[in-house]
Design a protein around this ligand. Structure first.
Ligand code: HEC
Length: 323
């Protein structure tokens, strides 16, 4: 490869020495080059300016929406899973599952999570099987065409509290408790928002009109939410005696659990990203070295114009072109 480049470049040099008029080459060459340089540059500038303006506009729009929003901004919390090198807190997920099961599952579904997903994350296979067997699932039809009920299996998804949306609405004053599987990804400021929402119930300010069946929560858009305060000290008990079941601990755990349900493969993706960064850094370094090595013959070459040699060659070839 390098020797090929060498021979091509020496051939190029020979032809220039022999036949090209240097003055015209220089003149026409430089103006052309300048023209392409400028047009290339101006395109880049335009592209940069348009992208920058679009970014600024988006930022300004986002900020103005934030500023005019009708709820309090959630406080930023220090989640254990924040950061590229931090895995989700598996013990928190285990406790959060208990909170979900004992509190939230009376109203909310978790359609996209099956019992088998818990295995290896916060339960052993036997534990997850025991959890699944505690529910009854309608299955069928059997050989006689009848539907029957059986205990749950690992492959079953979490049960829904209501048979359909209408039943859910009529039991909750017309409001629909959304599926919680992806709620952390679906809300702005995910974990921080949900934590603030669950722990942020308070008395409405003077003059705030609350309709029947609504509760005041400054973190919810509009301030009136159809879900009452559910998280409080000791609404669940933990197996681990070292962890006090305070309201904020319970909220933290259920949020950690819901973070896991919205990204069950989050930890694997972090590990994959790390591998990609390490391998591409390694490959990038090798490619850079090879590129330098291959081009070194051309990059270290110095091309010198020697008028005497040029004149001699011109005389020899009898070139009559004007200077
Ligand atoms: C008594 C029933 C009930 C229980 C129990 C319940 N919720 Fe809700 N939840 C609702 C209803 C109803 C809504 C819809 C509120 C609305 O739209 O005003 C809701 C809404 C939500 C929302 C969506 C808020 C938004 O931004 O739209 C989240 C998140 C949520 N609940 C989380 C939970 C968690 C976590 C638990 C368990 C700790 C829980 N809920 C327990 C009834 C319930």
């Amino acid at each position: 490869m390098a020797s090929k480049l060498l021979s091509v470049s020496s051939k190029l040099l020979k032809t220039t020495n022999n036949t090209i008029n240097w003055t015209t080459l220089h003149r026409s060459g430089s103006t052309n080059a300048a023209r392409t340089w400028f047009s290339g540059r101006s395109k880049l500038w335009t592209f940069g300016a348009v992208t920058g303006a679009a970014g600024l506009l988006l930022y300004a729009l986002d900020a103005s929406v934030d500023a005019s929003s009708d709820c309090v901004h959630p406080a930023k919390q220090n989640w254990a899973h924040n950061g590229l090198l931090s895995a989700i807190d598996k013990e928190g997920v285990r406790r959060g599952y208990k909170v979900y099961k004992e509190v939230c599952s009376t109203c909310h579904t978790l359609d996209f999570i099956a019992y088998r997903n818990l295995v290896g994350v916060c339960m052993t296979e036997a534990e997850a099987k025991a959890e699944a067997e505690a529910i009854t699932v309608q299955d069928g039809p059997d050989e006689q065409g009848n539907y029957y009920e059986r205990p749950g299996k690992l492959s079953d998804h979490f049960p829904a509290p209501y048979p359909n949306e209408e039943a859910a609405r009529s039991a909750n004053n017309g409001a629909y408790p959304p599926d919680l599987s992806y709620i952390i990804s679906a809300r702005k400021n995910g974990e921080d928002y949900l934590f603030s929402l669950l722990t942020g119930y308070c008395d409405p300010p003077a003059g705030f009109q609350l309709r029947e069946g609504l509760y005041y929560n400054p973190y919810f858009s509009g301030g009136a939410i159809a879900m009452g305060q559910l998280i409080d000290n000791e609404v669940v008990t933990y197996d681990d005696a070292d962890i006090a079941p305070t309201g904020s601990q319970i909220a933290k755990d259920v949020v950690t659990f819901l973070k896991w349900t919205s990204e069950p493969d989050g930890d694997e993706r972090k590990v994959l990203l790390l591998k990609v960064i390490i391998i591409s850094a390694f490959l990038g370094a090798i490619s850079y070295y090879i590129k330098r090595f291959k081009w070194s013959t051309l990059k270290t070459r110095k091309i010198v114009f020697m008028p005497e040699v040029y004149e001699q060659n011109k005389a020899k070839s009898g070139d009559k072109s004007p200077e």
